[in-house]
Design a protein around this ligand. Sequence first.
Ligand SMILES: [Zn+2]
Length: 132
Amino acid sequence: MSNSERNENKRVTIALDRTGISSSFQGMLEQPEKWPRGQAWTLMHAHDAGQIARIWCGHCNIKRFYKPAELREVIGNVTIDEVRANARCQACGKKDYMRAELFHAYGQELVTIRFRRLKEIRWEKRVIWRDE
Ligand SMILES: [Zn+2]
């Protein structure tokens, strides 16, 4: 009985993997093992290492892939934790369910990833009045 339960659990895990929570990032190191402790692994490091940024909303299950160098252009050379802290879901407008991770993609996975690319950064003119 306990054996079949364990098998059941295993199947669930694999099913989850297939629905997008890709198995590749579960065992994947976010940073090189030799990276000194305490040193921030920034988007620039991630770019140099060929990593991909995955940001998703656990509430809507909407997942997007970004190039770390482009995220860096938008919010600066920060860590992926800071990216997450700044992320907001476009669909539900919430920040609470946002997740962000860096990972490496290989082979078939790399081919199938569709990136959300940075099109432009628009600087808008804002006029602020002050009454004296
Ligand atoms: Zn959402």
